[in-house]
Design a binder for this molecule. Sequence first.
Ligand code: NDP
Length: 271
Amino acid sequence: MTTQMTGKVAVVTGGSSGIGFATAEAFLREGARVAICGRSQETLDAAASELARIAGPDQVFAYTCDVLEEEAVQAFATSVGDRFGRCDALVCNAGQARTSNFSNTSDQDWRDEFELKFFSVLRPVRAFIDMLEGSGAGAIVCTSAMLARAPEPFLIATGATRAGQLNLLKSLSKEFAPKNIRVNAVLIGLVDSGQWSRRFESGEGPDGSKIPIGLSKEDWFIELAKSRHIPLGRLGTPTEAANAILFFASPMASYITGETIEVTGGQARNV
Ligand code: NDP
């Protein structure tokens, strides 16, 4: 069985790091062409060079843009059209979590988190929808979070907006089904990515706990897995998240829309 991605074009927002980068790698290995975007030119250039080593520079397109800037996202889509002529899969992956609880989340923080979680989907979808329809078998996949179903008080705004995002994706799946565009989400638990490396470097866990001085990142990850009761006993890898995204984006999932896959190492407690 193959993913049947050969010759297709996949767009990955936030494809310059972590899960998005691993997803771009996975598409290239399956014979697709890939367009990625991110805000930092430097990170994007480094990612594009690394990706080009997998399948050659002709297969990779990198574009600097913030997914929250409508005109920039539209220009990204136009450039993808100019470069590759099509888009078969759109992965809305760009973003990050906001660690705060009720008492230290300001109204502006709530607005910012709403903006990130909703418009990081709405703007790319609006920009790429015509190409996805033109594909004849388009797919939208959102990298979302287990938090959408299992809120944590120290990630209050991220959990609430991720839950709303799932609701939005379900509506999109119904509206776009007649265009033969599927819409699904991968719900991540804890995956070892740029976000978690940055938290380790900051010396503070997402719940505000101090990371003991001298503890290595690897040992902190093991402690995290224990404290979060992850049955598989470790954080996931970006590639493990990417595999689920690739599945939803590919024709292998051609009869699946409006659904989720949880990539949590068994952490999710719901049935
Ligand atoms: P990383 O920080 O490694 O990657 C995030 C990527 O998104 C980078 O390429 C970053 O590039 C890009 N990005 C962030 N904001 C924007 C923006 N406004 N416009 C364009 N690009 C942007 O983190 P992850 O791989 O962990 O995160 C990927 C997704 O998975 C995120 O949506 C995250 O919330 C979600 N997730 C991750 C979990 C985990 O445990 N890792 C858990 C649950 C959900 P740049 O900064 O240069 O813009």
